[in-house]
Each structure stands twice: as structure tokens, then as C-alpha cells.
Design a binder for this molecule. Structure first.
Ligand code: ZN
Length: 259
């Protein structure tokens, strides 16, 4: 179709394409025919309402690659990528005292209770804080999901995940979280002044299957070997299917276990 378009088309132009045929190759697509024409910024009276509506739309934000985020100097990005790995050993949630904000530790098993050493009659405040690695076709980057972004992505609050879901061990990832590893998503990312990349929103890109990761780990963000944590072993045994997408990753055996 490029041969029909002039070089003068710029971002934000409205393009009218006529006489195409609809075909299907993996996804629905339009193919040009001999009768296809392209009109840039058309002015047809019949279309004026549609054209005005399109002109009023905000300009499309172009997606950044992880490479651009790592090297860029902006603070806000949108990026299409997958969660490659979640660092379970850094814990995926914390609980604070509603009065002194000190970190609460679980007591007992069923039901688990969070108590403050200094206060009685408190409300336990549950928050996700998840350290993960994102991967696209070229690079990887470490990111942090704070509470709201993770609750949105999982569609379940941290409190429910812990108390109702029975996921009380902060170093054992919930099945619901593991299920998102490998899915193609659009991530909204804010890079803080200390270069921490914080995910503020993650939206699923539908109908795209997880793929096996073949990409080499970016040396800048590669993970140092760590002593295997015995707490991770039950996770690997319990959920063999969810880590299946990474079984093809021969480049880095360490990726098969969460650190
Ligand atoms: Zn307290």
C-alpha cells in the first residue's frame, strides 16, 4: 500500500482508503486491489462528522522498547512486553500497622494473623510490592509493581489474595500471579529519579499466546547467581505447567526458578 501513499503523510493525518478486500492471515487484514486509492485528509461532505471526530482524538502514543526505556531520559513510557520472571525471594506483599505503619509479621497459620508489637485493635494494611523482570524482543529490565498496578492486573486485592486465597507466604508466589508470566501486555512505566522503573498499569493484549523466551538476558540487568532458596522448591513442583513457557530457555538455567 505504501506505493499509493505520498511521502507527505505525517503523524496525525487522516487517511481514507477505498476499494480494499478483506482477507484473513492469522488476523483480519485489508489487502489492496487494483482499484484501491488513498486520500489524505479527505474533505468529503458526507464524511465530515467522522473526520471531525477523528481529528478530535488525542495523538497516538507510540510505544517504547525496553532498550529505549533503559537508555532514555523521559519519565513516562508505554511498552509492549512480557513478565519474564518474578523475584519471589524479595517477597510479593507486605502488611503494615494502620497506626504506626510498622511492618507486621504473620502469626499462626490458619487463620494467619498480623499483629503489631506496639498496638492493639489495628487494621492490617496489605500491599503488593512485586519485583519483576520485563522482556521484549531485545532487552530486559527490572521493574517494581506497587499495590494498585498489581491489584488491577490480577483483579484481586492484596488482602483478599492473602486472607481469602490462603497465599500467606510472602516468598511463595500466588498461582494467580504466576499465570501472568509470559503474557504479552502493554505496560505503563514511570522511571523514577533513582532509575527505578515502576509499572503503573498493565493491560493484556488479547488473543496473543505466550511464547518461549529465546532472548539473551541484557548484561546490564542480568541476575547474579544466588544460593538456591529451599522455599522456592515447592513452588516449582506445585506449578510445573505455569513455568512451561520458560522450559525452552536454554540460555540461562537460572531463569527456571524464581530467585
Ligand atoms: Zn502499630
Amino acid at each position: 500500500m505504501e506505493h499509493l501513499a505520498s511521502d507527505n503523510i505525517v503523524e496525525g493525518d487522516i487517511i481514507l482508503i477505498t476499494s480494499t478486500s478483506a482477507t484473513f492471515y492469522k488476523v483480519a487484514q485489508l489487502e489492496t486491489t487494483r482499484a484501491t486509492t488513498i486520500h489524505v485528509n479527505p474533505t468529503y461532505p458526507k464524511l465530515i462528522n467522522t473526520i471531525n471526530r477523528l481529528k478530535a482524538l488525542p495523538p497516538l502514543e507510540s510505544n517504547a522498547t525496553i532498550h529505549q526505556i533503559l537508555r532514555g531520559n523521559k519519565s513516562n513510557y508505554k511498552c509492549t512486553a512480557r513478565i519474564k520472571d518474578i523475584e519471589a525471594h524479595r517477597t510479593w506483599y507486605s502488611v503494615q500497622c494502620s497506626k504506626c505503619l510498622s511492618k507486621l509479621h504473620p502469626q499462626g497459620e490458619k487463620p494467619v494473623e498480623f499483629v503489631c508489637l506496639h498496638h492493639n485493635d489495628i487494621e492490617a494494611k496489605y500491599s503488593y510490592c512485586v519485583n519483576a523482570t520485563l522482556i521484549d524482543d531485545i532487552a530486559t529490565t527490572k521493574v517494581v509493581f506497587f499495590n494498585d498496578a498489581m491489584a488491577n492486573m490480577l483483579q484481586i486485592s492484596c488482602k483478599k489474595m492473602v486472607t481469602e486465597g490462603g497465599n500467606t507466604d510472602p516468598q511463595v508466589l500466588p498461582q494467580e500471579m504466576i499465570a501472568h508470566i509470559g503474557q504479552l501486555k502493554t505496560f505503563e512505566i514511570v522511571v523514577q529519579s533513582n532509575r527505578t522503573a515502576v509499572v503503573t498499569n498493565a493491560t493484556n493484549m488479547d488473543n496473543i499466546q505466550p511464547i518461549a523466551f529465546q532472548t539473551e538476558v541484557d548484561p546490564l540487568t542480568s541476575i547474579l547467581p544466588v544460593t538456591p532458596d529451599p522455599k522456592k522448591l515447592p513452588l516449582k513442583r506445585q506449578h510445573p505447567t505455569t513455568t512451561g513457557t520458560r522450559d525452552n530457555d536454554k540460555g540461562d538455567k537460572r531463569l527456571k526458578t524464581s530467585h
